[in-house]
Write a protein that binds this ligand. Structure first.
Ligand code: C2E
Ligand code: CA
Ligand code: CA
Ligand code: CA
Length: 270
């Protein structure tokens, strides 16, 4: 590439040019995807220690151009970088809340909880508390059935601000789960101050839990830590009965993973 003025770069390499064009097209499609209603939520069940479904986690899906299914790992980082995650995240929150209301008519699902992933940028918004309130108000969803999944990385700076925000949202009746627990770097003193209800053991520890003693020790430690802090523990990425049994034996309170069900559209849940 050769510099062609202060703010422009000209690509003379056709391969680089193609990559740049593809990226720009991807970003444009992402922006238009929201208007064109190409996003949908899939739901994955969460079960308790006796195997009863207690709720679901909402997982975002993008049907780019109405056909190709793009996984969240491919578009969420870009949506975070260009800010699109803000309207998209609000859409997720409202759609998930609307789904709770739809289920309120179904005796089998009326008491399910809905776990919603929150991005760092979304949580950092000054008016995030109001946004959560708006989603609840607009849909009429019961706040006590909503659970927000945060990750450790978004809780490290401005801990006072984080705690205040979480307390305000908890004031509505909404619960918090700390996602991917063990992969971040939150200190115990921070953990103690956060108004959390649940820790979620990351699937990277669950995957080899039966064969890797280190993973088993980490899982045990997370369960002990959580229970000492009076929090519940859910394990994600549970793919087999053996993993479920092991996790149950070490005191895990709830489970989620392909063993119980893959994320599917609401209509396909059974
Ligand atoms: P996550 O929150 O840790 O979600 C768990 C991921 O593991 C999901 O991938 C889920 O489909 C997958 N999974 C569930 N059970 C199993 C299992 O038994 N084995 C294996 N190998 N995987 C399992 P997915 O849906 O591709 O989502 C990836 C990530 O994208 C999520 O990780 C989350 O960080 C992010 N994400 C998804 N939806 C949203 C959203 O609405 N908002 C935000 N901000 N992020 C989202
Ligand atoms: Ca999650
Ligand atoms: Ca997770
Ligand atoms: Ca994860």
């Amino acid at each position: 590439a050769k510099s062609a003025g202060r703010n422009t770069m000209r690509f003379f390499d056709p391969a680089l040019q193609a990559i740049a064009s593809a990226f720009i097209a991807f970003e444009l499609d992402l922006r238009h995807g929201l208007e064109r209603q190409e996003f949908e939520l899939h739901y994955q069940v969460q079960v308790n220690s006796v195997g009863a479904v207690t709720g679901v986690e909402a997982l975002l899906r993008w049907r780019r151009g109405g056909t190709e299914m793009v996984p969240p790992v491919q578009f969420i980082p870009i949506a975070e970088a260009n800010g699109l995650i803000l309207p998209l995240g609000q859409w997720v929150l409202e759609t998930a809340c609307a789904q709770l209301v739809a289920w309120s008519q179904d005796p089998q699902r009326a008491h399910w909880t809905m776990a919603v992933n929150v991005s760092a940028l979304q949580f950092a918004q000054i008016d995030f508390v109001e946004h959560v309130g708006q989603a609840l108000q607009k849909t009429g969803a019961k706040p006590t059935q909503l659970k927000l999944e945060l990750t450790e990385s978004m809780l490290v700076d401005d801990i006072e601000g984080v705690v205040a925000k979480m307390k305000a949202i908890k004031g509505y009746g909404v619960a918090f789960s700390l996602d991917d627990f063990g992969t971040g770097y939150s200190s115990l003193s921070i953990l103690k101050r956060l108004p959390l209800q649940q820790l979620k053991i990351d699937q990277s520890f669950v995957r080899d839990i039966l064969v890797d003693p280190n993973d088993a020790v980490i899982a045990r430690t997370i369960v002990a830590l959580a229970h000492n802090l009076d929090l519940r523990v859910i394990a994600e990425g549970v793919e087999s009965a053996e993993q479920r049994d092991f996790l149950a034996a070490i005191g895990c309170d709830a489970f989620q993973g392909y063993f119980f069900g893959r994320p599917v559209p609401a209509a396909d849940l059974n």
